[in-house]
Design a protein around this ligand. Structure first.
Ligand code: GTP
Ligand code: MG
Length: 285
């Protein structure tokens, strides 16, 4: 029997998804039902229309029960990484993903839950954020070949801008080498590190206070940014960069799609908001 495992941050809807798929409530302990929180592993199963049997191991998301999650994730054939649309990726989303990676779970997919709690269009933003957070990326940015119209070029060069998740450098380079094949030389002309800035610091608390003074509903969340290249150079000098660019953007502006694109722009009001927040942050430092 193939086994599917859930994974993801606390309260993002893992058990609800397992129940929706199977009709079986995986939270079997009384305390779990009373608290609405998974503590220990839960199990559910279903038979696919093809007759194939599937088992589901439902894991807790709360960081206190990470040991139980670890026990459940070993040996699953496919992981369902559950991310709630109203919160996006949170610390245990990344932690569980790292565990699945470590345990070499062979395949997985991301399930976005609680789509009913957000405005239409917002799910697209969550999807884009997830793509940058969960995957390495490689984009062709420059292609050069030839010097004359009627001469076949003896050489062609493609520049690839790669962004790898922390710890994924070798894997990404191996994949590119394999895809390039034996007739293409891979030359690394610039190699940056993946940096991870500390979250429990007075500076982060100041950022939180500065943004909440201008927008009381705002929450400061850590996330994995596929940009912020300058921070790599600063990290070498012992300076942590946070990519803190506070902009209060209209819900219907898909900024992620405009970022470093041909028509990159934000409303003037968003910049004014950001200037006010940064002023507060500077005053506090
Ligand atoms: N509106 C809405 N609520 C949802 C959805 N999925 C889950 N919920 C609610 O979110 C809460 C948490 O759901 P759970 O399934 O217990 O979350 P979980 O990821 O299993 O939580 P832990 O196991 O404790 O990490 C419950 O009150 C669910 O009813 C959804 O798609 N829409
Ligand atoms: Mg649960």
């Amino acid at each position: 029997m193939a086994v599917i495992g859930t994974a993801g941050h606390v309260d993002h809807g893992k058990s609800t998804l397992a129940q929706a798929l199977t009709g079986i409530d995986p939270d079997r302990l009384r305390e779990e039902k009373e608290r609405g929180l998974t503590i220990d592993l839960g199990f559910a199963w279903l038979t696919l229309p093809s007759g194939r049997e599937l088992g589901i191991v439902d894991v807790p998301g709360h960081e206190r029960f990470i040991k139980n999650m670890l026990a459940g994730a070993g040996g699953v054939d496919l992981a369902l990484l559950v991310v709630a649309a109203d919160e996006g990726p949170r610390p245990q989303t990344r932690e569980h993903l790292a565990i699945l990676d470590l345990l070499e779970v062979p395949s997985g997919l991301v399930v976005i839950t609680k789509c009913d709690l957000v405005e239409p269009g917002y799910v697209d933003l969550v999807e884009e954020e997830l793509a940058g957070t969960l995957r390495d990326s490689a984009n062709f940015t420059r292609l050069d070949a030839g010097y004359k119209n009627n001469v076949i070029p003896s050489e062609a060069t493609a520049h690839i801008d790669c962004r790898f998740l922390p710890g994924h450098q070798d894997e990404l380079l191996d994949t590119i080498r394999e895809l390039a094949g034996e007739h293409v030389d891979l030359i690394i002309d610039q190699l940056g590190i993946s940096v991870d800035a500390p979250r429990d610091s007075a500076f982060v608390a100041s950022m939180q206070a500065a943004i909440q003074a201008e927008d009381p509903d705002a929450a400061l969340l850590p996330y994995c940014l596929s940009a912020g290249t300058d921070n790599k150079a600063l990290e070498a000098l012992g300076i942590h960069g946070y990519g803190f660019v506070p902009l209060k953007l209209p819900a219907d502006l898909n900024f992620a799609m405009l970022f470093h694109g041909v028509d990159e722009r934000v409303p003037v009001d968003a910049v004014r908001f950001g200037a006010r927040v940064l002023r507060r942050l500077l005053d506090d430092c």
